[in-house]
Design a protein around this ligand. Sequence first.
Ligand code: FAD
Length: 501
Amino acid sequence: MNTQNSKKTDAAVKRIVIAGGGTAGWIAAAALSKKLGDLLEITLVESDAIGTVGVGEATIPPLRTFHHLLGIDEQEFMRATGATAKLGIAFENWGREGERYIHSFGKTGTSAWMCDFHHFWLRGREMGFDSDIGEFCLEHQAAEAGRFATSSKSNINFAYHLDATRYAAFLREISEEHGVTRVEGLIQDVRQDAESGDILALILDDGREIEGDLFIDCSGFRSLLAGKALGSEFEDWSHWLPCDRAVPLQTSATEPAMPYTRSIAEKAGWRWRIPLQTRVGNGLVYCSDYLSDDDASALLLDRVDGKPMTEPRVIRFATGRRKQTWKNNCVALGLASGFIEPLESTSIHLIVTGVVRLMQLFPFNGAEPALRDEYNKQTQRELEDIRDFIVLHYHVNQRHGDPFWDHCRQMAIPDSLAQRIALFRERAHAYQNNDELFRVDSWVQVMLGQGLKPQRHHPVTQMMTEQQMQQLQTGLRSQVARAVQTLPPHHEFIQQYCAEA
Ligand code: FAD
C-alpha cells in the first residue's frame, strides 16, 4: 500500500481551490503542488476574459530561495521569462531634484558587534574622508558599472526583472506537471455554509460548481472571496501612502539592460524603468488628487525612451490590507489580500511568504482558529514593517514647493516609523526587527539617500586613529573595486547565460 495515498485520504482538508491565475494564483499552485502535491488535490480557476493585472516585473532576492525550494533551474527560468538581474534600485530626484542614490541588495562594509559599518563611515567623514557609502558595497558598485555574473565565487546578492505574463505561464507549466487542474471559467458567486460561513464551492457563470475544503483567493483587486464573499475588512493606508493610480507602458529597449531598477520621483509620484532582455517595463505611480489620468499618461509618454509597445492604461488601487488575510476557510494572497505600492518590489515577495507560511501552518485537520490567528498575526507584522519602509521614502524628502511632496513631508506617519527616524537622526542607530525583510543596510541606504543626517554616531568609532580609518576604508574599497572588475558586463553575461544549450 502506498503511504502517500493513504495520507491523502486521511486529511480533512485536501481539496484546494485557487480562485485566480495571475502571479499569485500560479505561485500558490506551483508551491503547493510541488511541495504538498501528494497530499492535496489542487484546482485553479481563472478567466482568460478577465486576464491578469499584467504588471509586477521587479523582484527582490528571496525569490531565488523560493525558486531553489521548488527546484527551478535558473537558466531555464530566466530564458522563459526574459529575465535580467537586479542588484538594487536607483532612486533619482527623491531627496532633492538632481540627487540620486542606490538602495542595493548588498552588505555595506564590514560588521562590528557594537555598531554597524555606517557609524565608522560617518566618523570617517568627520575626519575628512570624502567617500560615498556605496563604495563599500559590491552590489552597489557592480550596479553602477553595469556588471554582473552569478557564480559561487562572486557571491553577489541579486534578484530579477522578469516578464510577469511569461512568469505566470512558466509557473503554470510547473503546476500542471505536478497535478494541478486548471479550469477556465468565470466565477460568479460562491456557495457558503449557512452556519459557519465557510466557502463550500465556487459557482461559475455556466452553472458549474467547484467544491473545495480550503480556498485561496488570488482574484486580484476584485478580492472575490476574502473581500466580497467573506467581508474581510479592508484597512485603508492611503493617509500614509497617498498614491492611488498607476499607468504601465512597455517600450522597446534602447540600450543594453543595466542590472538595476530605476525609480524616478516625478511631480505627483514616481516613475519606474525596468529593463528586461528585449524590452523595458515603464510606469508612473501617482496620486490622483495631484495629477489627472490624462496628464499622467502624457507625462509618462513624454519621459520614456524607446518605442511604446502597449497603450498606457490606468490601474486604480487603494493602499492597505485585509485585516484577516485568512478568514474562515479562505486565505487571500496577492492583490486580493491588500496592496502596498511597488516602490520596493515587495508584492511578489509577499505572495511567496504568504504561501510558505500557509504550508508551514497548513490546516490538514481543518481550519483551526489557532493556526488562523498565528497566520494573520505573522502576516500583519510583516506588512507593517514593509509599509514603514515605503512611507520613509515619501516622508523624508526635500522637494520643497511641490504640493504632493510637501504633503508627504508634512503628513502624520506611523509611530513605529517616527521612532526609527528619530533614532537615526539623533544617534545614527538603525535596526532590523525579528524576521523583518529589510535589513539595517537597507534602512541606512534609504535614510541617508533621502537626506536624513544623523547628529551623532556611536562613540566607539573615536577609538580609531585617522591612519586606521584610512587603512580600513582603502582596504574595503579596493576589495570591492577588484571584485567588480572580475565581473563581465551584465548584458553580455545574460545573453550567454540564457543562450539555448
Ligand atoms: P491578477 O494578476 O490581477 O490576477 C487575478 C486573477 O484572478 C486573474 O487570473 C483573473 O483572471 C482572475 N479572476 C478575477 N476575477 C475572476 C472571476 N470572476 N472569475 C475567474 N477568474 C477571475 N509586484 C512586485 O513584486 N514587483 C513589481 O514591480 C510590481 N509592480 C506593480 C506595479 C503596479 C502598477 C501594480 C498595480 C502592481 C505591481 N506589483 C508588483 C504587484 C504585482 O503585480 C501583483 O502582486 C502580482 O501580479 C499578483 O497579482 P494577482 O495574481 O494577485 O492578481
